[in-house]
Ligand binder design. Structure first.
Ligand SMILES: Nc1ncnc2c1ncn2[C@@H]1O[C@H](COP(=O)(O)OP(=O)(O)OP(=O)(O)O)[C@@H](O)[C@H]1O
Ligand SMILES: [Mg+2]
Length: 232
C-alpha cells in the first residue's frame, strides 16, 4: 500500500498572552492509501489540532507533513489552497454548512470554486446527495433538515471533489447514537467502495474500534497505535 500521508515530528503550541500552551509535542506516523484510521484520546489531548494540521487549515511550529510525497509546508498559500480543494475533504463536528443556501448549493460550492460550469456542478452535486440518501432534501436549507441529514450534506460537500483524504472531527459528536452510527457506516462504505483514506477523530471507543488502526493521543503525544480488534 502506498503512503498517502506522512507526519514527521510535528510540534504545535498555542500562545495565550505570554504563555505557550503545548498542544502537540512530537507526533510521527504514516497513513496508507485507503486506510480507515481513527484518532482517539481525552479532551485536550490534541486531536483537533492534529486534524487541522493534516487538513492544512493551520501550520505546525516544527516538523513536516507530506501528502502524496509533497511537503505541504513548503507550498505557497495559493498552492496550499489548491491542494486543500483537490485532495482533502473536511467534515466538522458542527457541520459548518452555510445557513442561507440549500443543501444542493452547499454541496455544489466547492465545484463552483474550481470553475466548473454550473450545469455540470449541479448535476454532480445532485448525484452526491443521492448517494447520501438525500434526494428529497436537496432544496432544503440546513435549518430545515435534521442533524444527521445536515452531517450527510456536510459529507457530500467534503466528498464532492473526490478527495484523496477525508478528515472528520467528531462527525458524530452532535448526533444521537443511532444516527451517529449510520454516519460511521456510511463513511466505512465510502472507504471500501471508493478507496478513499479516512482519518476520523472520535472519543467514542466503539467508533474508534471500527477503524483499521487507532492512534491513541495523550497530552500531545502518541501513546500507542493499535490495530483494531474487529473490522466492520
Ligand atoms: N486556539 C487555541 N488557543 C489556545 N489553546 C488552544 C487552542 N486550541 C486548542 N488549544 C489547547 O491545545 C490543547 C489541545 O487542544 P485540541 O483542541 O487539539 O484537543 P482535542 O483533543 O481536540 O480536545 P476535545 O476532545 O475537547 O475536542 C488543549 O490544551 C487546548 O486547550
Ligand atoms: Mg477537538
Amino acid at each position: 500500500m502506498e503512503t498517502v500521508l506522512k507526519i514527521q515530528s510535528i510540534k504545535k503550541a498555542y500562545r495565550i498572552g505570554k504563555i505557550l500552551v503545548p498542544a502537540l509535542r512530537d507526533i510521527t506516523f504514516e497513513v496508507s492509501e485507503g486506510e480507515f484510521l481513527t484518532i482517539f484520546g481525552p479532551s485536550g489531548s490534541g486531536k483537533s489540532t492534529l486534524l487541522h494540521l493534516i487538513g492544512c487549515l493551520d501550520r505546525p511550529d516544527a516538523g513536516e507533513i507530506l501528502i502524496e510525497g509533497v511537503n505541504v509546508l513548503r507550498l505557497s498559500d495559493d498552492r496550499l489552497a489548491e491542494l486543500r480543494l483537490n485532495k482533502i475533504g473536511f467534515v466538522f463536528q458542527f457541520f459548518n454548512l452555510l445557513p442561507k443556501i440549500s443543501a444542493l448549493r452547499n454541496v455544489e460550492l466547492p465545484l463552483a470554486i474550481t470553475g466548473m460550469p454550473e450545469k455540470e456542478s449541479i448535476e454532480r452535486a445532485k448525484e452526491m446527495l443521492a448517494l447520501m440518501g438525500l434526494e428529497t432534501r436537496m432544496h432544503h436549507r440546513p435549518s430545515e433538515i435534521s442533524g444527521g441529514e445536515q452531517q450527510r450534506v456536510a459529507m457530500a460537500r467534503a466528498l464532492i471533489n473526490n478527495p484523496k483524504i477525508v478528515l472528520a472531527d467528531e462527525p458524530t459528536g452532535n448526533l444521537d447514537t443511532k444516527t451517529g452510527w449510520e454516519i460511521v457506516q456510511l463513511m466505512k462504505k465510502l472507504n471500501r467502495e471508493k478507496k478513499q483514506t479516512f482519518i476520523v477523530v472520535t472519543h467514542d471507543p466503539h467508533i474508534a474500534e471500527t477503524a483499521d488502526r487507532i492512534v491513541y493521543l495523550k497530552d500531545g503525544l502518541i501513546e500507542t497505535i493499535k490495530e483494531a480488534t474487529r473490522s466492520n
